[in-house]
Design a protein around this ligand. Structure first.
Ligand code: PEP
Ligand code: MN
Length: 340
């Protein structure tokens, strides 16, 4: 349930509603907007009729049910877009953020060359996997802590904040020491133990959509993070499984627009995993930005043919630079919807 306060509600009246929501057996979540305050009553087992009755309490404009199963990620609870701040880089603000880097950190040289190159081309965040979710146990599994140290060095040298994947609750504290944003990979979108643990982490989260998850399931996974206390969450569309065999996945452009419509959370587009093809990264990035993506995340490798993971979808530095130039062409201004 949502209690919409009137624009003239006083601090005492808002506090009273918060108290009453607790008494009714729900958790209150307050969103203070520029015009008015919204107090959401979330949780299960509370007494709904007591919340409904608050419509006549002083300072209350109206009380409405939240139409969707996800509550705190819903636009009903927070009508204005959220901004996720990753060490000063704002995902969800007026600028489209570009996150770039290799699928996996393979060596110090490989990562530093990539980090300097993508920065030069205009990227504002660095990606790189240290713990890799590989389909086969015989494939490269990542350098672990060694990769985390290299990522930290790259951040120190370039100033680019770093995002890297966390696969297990056991690694959360360690990765938080080194990275600026933690990625929940597609295969772990419904790892509820991991989501619950990350809800208490003091770092922003990049939540990838599962390869066969509906938009509703994706938003409910984000709800675990927000309801547990972490509202610094960016969603990431990375393609889903369909009957199509010409691409690694089917990049679901409309899901970006739908997620933005249903939720205030920023959305990141991953055309690398979404298509699996170098040649499609540019066009799909432009399309994603046109439908409202707040950021793109692109795999870049100094020599894709030698990459230990995801070479076929990785751009070399010259290709990445060309894609970057195509994003800042005047067409982008025409295509990009108002980001307010
Ligand atoms: C990755 O980012 O390299 C990765 C493994 O992504 P996903 O979880 O989307 O497959
Ligand atoms: Mn990858």
């Amino acid at each position: 349930m949502i209690v919409n306060m009137s624009d003239s509600a006083t601090a005492e009246q808002i506090e009273h509603i918060i108290q009453r929501i607790r008494e009714a057996g729900f958790q209150p979540h307050v969103t203070r907007g520029t015009e008015r305050t919204i107090v959401a009553a979330v949780g299960s087992g509370g007494r709904r009729h007591e919340i409904e009755a608050l419509s006549v309490a002083p300072g209350v404009d109206n009380v409405v049910a939240i139409a969707q199963p996800f509550k705190l990620v819903s636009r009903q609870t927070r009508p204005h877009p959220s901004v996720v701040n990753v060490r000063g880089v704002k995902i969800g603000g007026p600028e489209v953020v570009v996150i770039a880097g290799p699928c996996s950190v393979e060596s110090r040289e490989q990562l530093l060359e990539t980090a300097h190159g993508v920065k030069q081309a205009g990227a504002t965040m660095l990606r790189g996997g240290a713990y890799k979710p590989r389909t086969s146990p015989y494939e490269f599994q990542g350098l672990g802590i060694e990769a985390l140290k290299i990522l930290r060095e790259a951040r120190e040298l370039t100033g680019l904040p770093v995002v890297t994947e966390v696969m297990s609750t056991e690694d959360v504290d360690l990765i938080c020491e080194y990275a600026d944003m933690l990625q929940v990979g597609a295969r772990n979108m419904q790892n509820f133990a991991l989501l619950r643990r990350l809800a208490t982490a003091k770092k922003p989260i990049l939540l990838k959509r599962g390869p066969s998850a509906s938009v509703k399931e994706w938003l409910l996974a984000a709800e675990y993070l927000l309801s547990g206390g972490n509202d610094q969450v960016a969603l990431c569309e990375r393609g889903i499984k369909t009957f199509e065999t010409g691409m690694r996945n089917t990049f679901d452009l409309a899901a970006i627009a739908l997620a933005k419509e249903l939720s205030h959370l920023p959305v990141v587009a991953d055309p690398s995993h979404g298509t699996g093809k170098q040649s499609l990264i540019g066009p799909v990035s432009r399309a994603a930005i046109a439908v409202g993506a707040d950021a793109i995340i692109v795999e870049v490798h100094p020599c894709p043919e030698r990459a230990l993971s995801d070479g076929p979808q990785s751009l070399d530095l010259a290709q990445f630079e060309r894609v970057m130039r195509s994003l800042s062409s005047p067409l982008r201004a025409v295509l990009t919807p108002a980001r307010a």
